[in-house]
Write a protein that binds this ligand. Structure first.
Ligand code: GLN
Ligand code: ZN
Length: 763
């Protein structure tokens, strides 16, 4: 049985690529130096995988920024706004254009906006969205996949080049012209894609991995047609290549027949996310095809349960004979950190249950040995699984018992919104078009240093707390003098909106170097939820109470919601994810109650990641959303009618989930709308969304100070769509990435815009 790795992390075990790219952008290192770093990282991965005995070693899984952008460059899918820049470059395929497409270009009299970025399926990895226009002329650019294949061969290593599938590539992109169809885009791109494969064939590649994860989503007849056209053309054009069609992140379901019948030599399936698909795939797979079994989890950091994998492998063995099977990780290891060995700070008991990329490669070899009869390895693995099952640090009977006792009443406010609203208005005494912010204020260098110094033990807790109180005091006074109505404390104590809570909850562990690429050079270090979640004590109350003591205006308590904490963590795999979400909800619920008890009358529970958790299949959306909404309601429904619950989400797609957003029953929702020019509000208006809304009136992602007039114009649009008394005035999102001067100017203008609105409304 061949071993197959669909992809390996590339940012560098010490984030070398991140650092090199950023230095290159800052003009501190040369292009040669950057390319040298990249070559070293590739070599390290290849030699490691070769030494580990992996048969199908990936190449072209390396990327300076994003593998989808690599494909755009390779096929010449360059938006026309970059054309003029491209014409001035000596080498039009160089990294300068590539980085310009990813990051925008404001140099040499150019001002070109970056390409859009969005999440790759249901991961936290963001890709650069390809843009298709009528005017584009596609031709083969810089065949990076060929270069990297040859580079590895010079090192004596035969690799399996990895390409994004053409259908997934097209369907993950955006068509910019109304008259252009996906079939037309395919017609134009296919010849170039075939050239790319031909050059791989000429370079002597044997196996080529083509990633088509779109096969685990709902496909319409046109998409199916794209598959037929593409793969028939490929089999004709490059008969000498062995194509390993790779799917992951879910099951093939009704696309099974389509996938197994495409003229390729092998199919890879994800048996971690969808073990049940093995039967139907085995039953349908033509006899001349190989099957790669993705049995080791590429999306999570837990040690593999070899017995579970073995059951799947044995079933496949019985029906095919080993010569037709490959063994692999479920998907690329891009989504997990490099190496567990360096995590000396983790509690050993927890650490022994985990595996990062390097360990997962070793697990593949272990599985091979177990298949060959090494029972010792299997027994050791079973023991480890057994001791995790009963470990006292994981299981908290009190938490489980509390979860059992939840009733629908716990997820329901005491009264309906129509009755709560007048009570809240009476209690809070806010003007029409009340103004507020989303929570965080600029995280200045001093604030960051303060937290870092505390962590390093350079300052005492007393000093830290005193300095933080000063920062809060200044921020409250600034907000008062700006004339804001509902104030915030500024979130200066938080490094990250999930980590801050995780660090104070039982059941969480933290790595020192567990970085995962999020986009480009940005990496995240997700917390690990290993056990039952419990809140030992209040997490935010001291800061909120202090902030409230400084002012007679309401100060919003600021919490992160259960679904967002879940989505941005590595979650335990020994119970359904939603159980963990409900445990998180209970912890947040206790915090909400404590805030209310401390005299906080407005509490915001952020759920910016709510949409990210949506299952890939539409049929599963409603059930998942119902559960997610319940978790949110469980977290907030403890408060009295007069306490106002806010939530915040920052994205622009609500149309398809609006009924669930309404079911959350937050008294106020603040959302991102400024970039979509209030278009988004139409979904709320059409639905007759009953509660209050704060449509973001300016984009916080840019240092630009919005004018009073433009914010007023947006608010004018909003009053066309929604009752004036439901409208709040606020920025798009938190202000932590901004500087103070622009923040104050922007908020001053925002408050003025709200005042103008009040004047017109009262006439
Ligand atoms: N309260 C958070 C902040 O203001 C919200 C961040 C977010 O939406 N991602 O920073
Ligand atoms: Zn936001």
């Amino acid at each position: 049985m061949l071993t197959n790795i669909p992809g390996y992390p590339r940012i560098g075990s010490q984030r070398e690529l991140k650092k090199a790219c950023e230095q290159y952008w800052a003009g501190k290192i040369s292009l040669e130096r950057l390319e040298l770093t990249a070559r070293e990282l590739r070599k390290e991965n290849w030699t490691f995988l070769q030494a580990a005995g992996i048969d199908l070693i990936p190449s072209n899984d390396f990327s300076f920024y994003d593998q989808i952008l690599d494909m755009s460059i390779a096929l010449g899918v360059v938006p026309s706004r970059f054309k003029a820049l491209q014409d001035t470059l000596a080498n039009p395929t160089c990294l300068e254009l590539y980085f310009a497409m990813a990051r925008g270009y404001q140099k040499n009299n150019f001002d070109i906006t970056a390409m859009e970025m969005t999440k790759w399926f249901d991961t936290n990895y963001h890709y650069i969205v390809p843009e298709f226009e009528i005017v584009q002329q596609y031709h083969l650019h810089r065949p990076k996949c060929v270069e990297e294949f040859l580079e590895a061969r010079r090192l004596g290593i035969t690799t399996k080049p990895v390409l994004t599938g053409l259908v997934t590539f097209i369907l993950s992109g955006k068509i910019k012209d109304n008259h252009l169809t996906t079939s037309q885009v395919l017609q134009q791109l296919l010849p170039v894609y075939l050239q790319l494969l031909t050059s791989l064939q000429e370079a002597g590649a044997e196996w080529v991995q083509i990633d088509e994860p779109i096969l685990v989503t709902d496909l319409d007849p046109t998409a199916r047609e794209l598959f037929h056209t593409t793969y028939h053309a490929i089999s004709q054009a490059v008969p000498a290549l062995k194509i390993l069609l790779t799917t992951y992140f879910g099951g093939l379901e009704e696309n099974t027949a389509l996938a197994v019948q495409l003229p390729v030599q092998a199919l890879h399936i994800d048996l971690v996310r969808a073990p049940e698909q093995l039967d139907s795939v085995l039953a349908a797979l033509p006899e001349d095809k190989l099957l790669s079994l993705g049995v080791i989890d590429g999306r999570n950091i837990w040690k593999n349960n070899h017995a579970t994998s073995l059951a799947l492998i044995n079933k496949a063995l019985q029906q095919t004979g080993g010569h037709r099977l490959m063994l692999g990780t479920s998907c690329s290891l891009l989504h997990v950190p490099y190496d567990l060995e360096v995590e000396t700070g983790l509690q050993p008991e927890i650490r022994q249950w985990m595996a990062f990329a390097k360990q997962k490669v070793a697990e593949l070899r272990e599985l091979q040995e177990i298949i060959a009869g090494n029972d010792q390895l299997l027994i050791a693995n079973e023991n480890s699984m057994d001791n995790r099952k009963i470990a006292s640090i994981i299981h908290r009977p009190a938490v489980k018992a509390r979860l059992e006792k939840i009733t629908p009443a716990d997820m329901q406010r005491h009264n309906i919104f129509a009755l709560r609203q007048p009570l809240q208005h009476a209690a809070l005494q806010l003007p029409l078009f009340p103004t507020t912010t989303i929570g965080s204020f600029p995280q200045t260098t001093e604030i960051r240093r303060l937290r870092a110094d505390l962590k390093k033990g350079l300052i005492t807790t007393e000093t830290y707390e005193a300095d933080l109180r000063n920062a809060i005091t200044t921020t409250i006074h600034k907000q008062e003098s700006l004339g804001l109505d509902v104030l915030v404390h500024g979130e200066f104590e938080r490094n990250d909106m999930v980590e801050y809570f995780g660090e104070q909850l039982d059941g969480f562990a933290f790595t020192q170097n567990g970085w995962v690429q999020s986009y480009g050079t940005r990496c995240v270090k997700p917390p690990v939820i290993f056990g039952d979640v419990q809140r030992p004590g209040p997490m935010t109350v001291t800061w909120s109470r202090y902030a409230q003591s400084l002012t007679s205006k309401p100060v919003k308590g600021m919490l992160t919601g259960p679904i967002t904490i879940l989505q941005w963590s590595f979650v335990r795999n020994d119970q359904p994810r939603m159980n963990t979400a409900f445990q998180l909800a209970l912890a947040i619920r206790d915090e909400v109650q404590d805030l209310e008890d401390a005299g906080i009358s407005v509490i915001q529970v952020d759920e910016p990641a709510l949409r990210e958790g949506l299952p890939l299949r539409k049929a599963a959306h409603a059930t998942w959303l119902e559960q997610a909404v319940k978790a949110f309601r469980l977290a907030v429904s403890t408060v009295s009618d007069t306490t106002q619950i806010h939530t915040h989400m920052c994205y622009a797609a609500f149309n398809d989930i609006i009924e669930h957003i309404a079911a959350m029953d937050a008294d106020v929702i603040t959302i991102e709308t400024s970039r979509s020019q209030m278009e988004l509000l139409e979904a709320f208006a059409q639905f007759r969304y009953p509660n209050e809304i704060g449509p973001g009136v300016y984009d916080i992602h840019s240092p630009r100070v919005p004018t009073v007039a433009e914010m007023e114009a947006l608010l004018q649009k909003a009053v066309q769509l929604l009752p004036a008394r439901s409208i709040w005035v606020n920025p798009d999102c938190g202000l932590k990435t901004r500087q103070w001067p622009e923040t104050e100017m922007a908020l001053r203008n925002m408050v003025t815009a709200a005042r103008h609105m009040r004047l017109t409304a009262s006439h």
